[in-house]
Design a protein around this ligand. Structure first.
Ligand SMILES: Nc1ncnc2c1ncn2[C@@H]1O[C@H](COP(=O)(O)OP(=O)(O)OP(=O)(O)O)[C@@H](O)[C@H]1O
Length: 248
């Protein structure tokens, strides 16, 4: 489904990705872990075609991400951004229906609203929140709205960038479970970036660890605890000492 070969990307002297090889099968949930600044977001943006690679190839369903019709290409993706990234001035339902109200996915307003209410219901929010502004909702509810927006157009591929940041552990658990349940039900292929090991265990089929510009380790989530890779072990246990240098 998603195939990445020898992906390299530098910003000036900063060589962020240095030959990433990665495959995500259809319907699979891949979680990418790695320290701050290792290039996880750059990797996602590269797949979306928002960051042009210096070298390498990325294909989604056999189609190169650097193709010409970028808007149509992007319409196949759903995205839950870090921090929710809702539009403060738009009511909840218009946030959810954002892509159904413009561009190639545009629908009549009444239909877009009905679809938004349906997706809100799927994430556990009733119609009473539809006309509120995002600022009137709690952080957990805002994440649910972000999730409803990510699934609004029934995308085949969904990216989650730090989906539980800022939530208490219980609410994080609820959001993780919801993500897993909904994406499995949709048969979506997903890539999630997270630092939260509880999210990794709740969401992942496979895990890939990015370190030093390359995929350091990849395997089924069930192998995470038994690997003897010292980088993975340090990361999952949060040890300050080990092969990964931590600034203090
Ligand atoms: N547009 C850009 N211009 C210049 N440098 C960039 C740009 N985007 C990212 N970088 C650099 O690339 C590196 C990787 O950034 P990225 O945001 O992908 O890290 P990350 O692994 O997602 O980190 P975090 O876990 O902290 O979110 C950083 O050093 C960052 O400064």
């Amino acid at each position: 489904m998603i195939r990445i070969r020898n992906l390299s990307k530098s910003f000036g002297a900063n060589a962020v990705l240095r030959g990433v090889d990665l495959d995500v099968a259809r319907g699979q949930s891949l979680v990418v872990i790695g320290g701050s600044g290792t290039g996880k977001s750059v990797l996602l943006k590269s797949i979306l075609g928002l960051v042009p690679p210096d070298a390498g190839q990325i294909t989604v369903d056999g189609q190169d991400t650097q193709g010409r019709n970028h808007e149509a290409f992007l319409s196949r993706f759903g995205m839950l951004f870090q921090g929710g990234a809702l539009f403060d001035s738009l009511p909840v339902w218009q946030n959810v229906a954002f892509r159904l109200l413009r561009g190639s996915l545009r629908r009549p307003q009444a239909e877009a609203r009905a679809l938004a209410l349906d997706k809100l219901r799927r994430v556990g929010l009733g119609p009473e929140v539809a006309d509120r502004l995002p600022a009137e909702l709690s952080g957990g509810m805002q994440k649910r709205v972000g999730l409803a927006r990510a699934i609004a157009a029934d995308p085949k591929v969904i990216f989650f960038d730090e989906p539980t940041t800022g939530l208490d552990p219980i609410m994080a658990g609820v959001i993780n479970a919801l993500i897993r349940e909904i994406t499995t039900e949709m048969g979506a292929t997903t890539i999630t970036i997270t630092h939260d090991m509880a999210s990794v265990r709740a969401i992942a089929d496979r895990v890939a660890m990015l370190h030093d510009g390359r995929i350091r380790w990849t395997g089924p989530v069930g192998d995470l605890d038994s690997t003897d890779d010292p980088y993975v072990r340090q990361f999952i246990h949060g040890h300050p000492h080990g092969p990964i240098e931590a600034l203090r």
